[in-house]
Design a binder for this molecule. Structure first.
Ligand code: SF4
Ligand code: MG
Length: 272
């Protein structure tokens, strides 16, 4: 087991997360994945947006930037463009990434820029009191949908693939070891990687959806997640209320900073 204490800013602790929040498990999975990939702390940048998820960057002893709501990806894009040698990891919430940051998200995917984006997907705007996000499951309850959320949610994995991401995976805080491996593979991918990390928010989502106990949220993940391999043997009816976990998409495509460097080299040679 990796010693992840060395990656934590002890002076920034204790963290602000509620008892039973899944985000600590996600943070530990990221740190273990970074350790497994052998990344240099001084050459690794963590960029986060705004929300409960995005407080994670403050606890991590790397180069960290806690940015503006929905804007983690533009900051991360600028950092990667300025110095492509850096490992840049983005932490964002489901609301942060897919509502106010939705346009940034699809265009970062389209460019296939070498960033690893981990969506702390707790189905809700946690920090601001439980409003619906674009990933709030249909028919669940939120502050803004007290009688049930009638909108369909994005399938963020399919959206990522359609927009051009070259590595797309989903894990959960219940399947912490698998999540670590998926994040490590996302870091290893040379291109835009998305890991949809299902987390538990007992305070803002659970209490409205009969899962106020943190253990209930973990049991929900256990009972509704199906690996890609297991899903291949199940019917559409059996999969109706389930979601897939594991590696969902992988492809090789030109990476943005590489392509940009080629343009620079061409111009140095006097060719427009
Ligand atoms: Fe975690 Fe939800 Fe509390 Fe935010 S509001 S710290 S996501 S349990
Ligand atoms: Mg959220």
């Amino acid at each position: 087991m990796a010693d992840i204490q060395k990656y934590l800013r002890q002076t920034a602790l204790p963290h602000i997360w509620c008892p039973g929040c899944g985000h600590g498990i996600l943070l530990a999975a990221i740190l273990r994945a970074i350790d497994a990939q052998g990344l240099d702390q001084d050459k690794t940048v963590i960029v986060s947006g705004i929300g409960c998820s995005s407080r994670a960057s403050g606890y991590m002893d790397f180069n960290t930037v806690h940015t503006a709501h929905g804007r983690a990806l533009p900051f991360a894009t600028g950092i990667k463009m300025a110095n492509p040698e850096l490992n840049v990891i983005v932490i964002t919430g489901d609301g942060d990434a897919t509502a106010i940051g939705g346009n940034h998200f699809i265009h970062a995917a389209r460019r296939n820029i070498d960033l690893t984006t981990i969506i702390f997907d707790n189905n809700i705007y946690g920090m601001t009191g439980g409003q619906s996000s674009p990933l709030t499951p249909q028919n669940s309850r939120s502050t803004t949908a007290p009688f049930g959320h009638i909108e369909r949610s994005f399938d963020i994995a399919k959206l990522s693939v359609a927009a051009g991401a070259t590595y797309v995976a989903r894990g959960t805080s219940f399947h912490a070891k698998m999540l670590t491996d998926l994040i490590a593979k996302g870091i290893a991918n040379k291109g835009f990687s998305v890991i949809d990390a299902i987390s538990g928010c007992p305070t803002s989502f659970g209490r409205k959806n009969k899962m106020a106990q943190p253990s209930k949220m973990l049991e929900w993940q256990r009972d509704h997640a199906v690996t890609v391999q297991a899903a291949a043997k199940l019917s559409a009816e059996q999969l109706a209320d389930k979601f897939l976990i594991g590696e969902l998409h992988q492809e090789v495509a030109p990476e943005f900073t590489d392509e940009y460097a080629k343009v620079v080299e061409r111009l140095k040679g006097g060719r427009a």
